[in-house]
Ligand binder design. Sequence first.
Ligand SMILES: Nc1nc2c(ncn2[C@@H]2O[C@H](COP(=O)(O)OP(=O)(O)O)[C@@H](O)[C@H]2O)c(=O)[nH]1
Ligand SMILES: [Mg+2]
Length: 287
Amino acid sequence: MATVAYASHESTEERTSRPVPTDLSTFRPSGPIVYLVPALNEVDNLPRLFADLESRPQLVPSSSSIVVIDDGSDDGTAELVESYDGSLPLKLIRFEQNQGPGSAFRAGFAAALEHCPLEGLIVTLEADTTSDLDSLPLMLAHASYDADLVLASVHGGGRMLNVSAYRRLLSAGAGWFVRTLLGIDAQTVSSFFRVYRASLLHAALARYGDGLIREPGFACKAELLVKLTALGARVVEVPVDLDATRRIGKSRMKVTPTLMAYGRLMMRQRAEQPQTEQPAGTGALIA
Ligand SMILES: Nc1nc2c(ncn2[C@@H]2O[C@H](COP(=O)(O)OP(=O)(O)O)[C@@H](O)[C@H]2O)c(=O)[nH]1
Ligand SMILES: [Mg+2]
């Protein structure tokens, strides 16, 4: 596990920073968890995600919710969620027209923070079940003990299984870009699988308002990481395996618009840096 951008502002007394317990079998987060699952035409994959979560009730403590953000799917994704009658506390946000995962996260965070207490956790997760949920207890534990943001890291100890060389290259390239050109010391920057402290997102929305996520597409994850790090978020990476054979259907990521968005992000960050950057140790975050 690599620790990145560990801001030195431990002065805020309420902020928790304790060692993560070695035995996670009895660990339970103290607050609810809100799962945000952006979905575009995932009718074939969502039943497996629901089954994965149903088989791990400890990951869905009381008052938790699982919010699927359907983004103009035409394959019955929304109808599948609406007709679900199992044990999971499912909710649906539905866009009639496709707006992209960045827009989905913007709506999802706003909805989650309306009800989620400061000690709650927000997990963002792909609908396609490619990320290994067995890593989630450790991610939740870090978010509860010593991190504000936990990244699932295929490049920081996890493995990319059955992933094409092209996609590996794109993913590694995104990491290089964010490290080298945006100055963030993280190995994996583009995975959707993350855990955020609700308190971090509250602080970020107070700081950036509607401008927190400006990228509507896949580059939103890098954008968020840059902005949250500038706020002084303590970021921890947990190794997570990604297995592409678990996905039915093709990736929905559009490569050219995503690359263009990374370029736009860099230009914008460079233009805005003097206003948004804070010196280390003065993070505005409160736990
Ligand atoms: N809301 C929303 N979700 C999307 C969109 N495109 C992809 N997704 C979802 O985002 C997640 C990641 O997409 P995926 O196709 O697996 O991308 P990859 O893992 O980078 O190949 C999946 O849950 C998709 O259903 C979109 O335009 N809007
Ligand atoms: Mg995927």
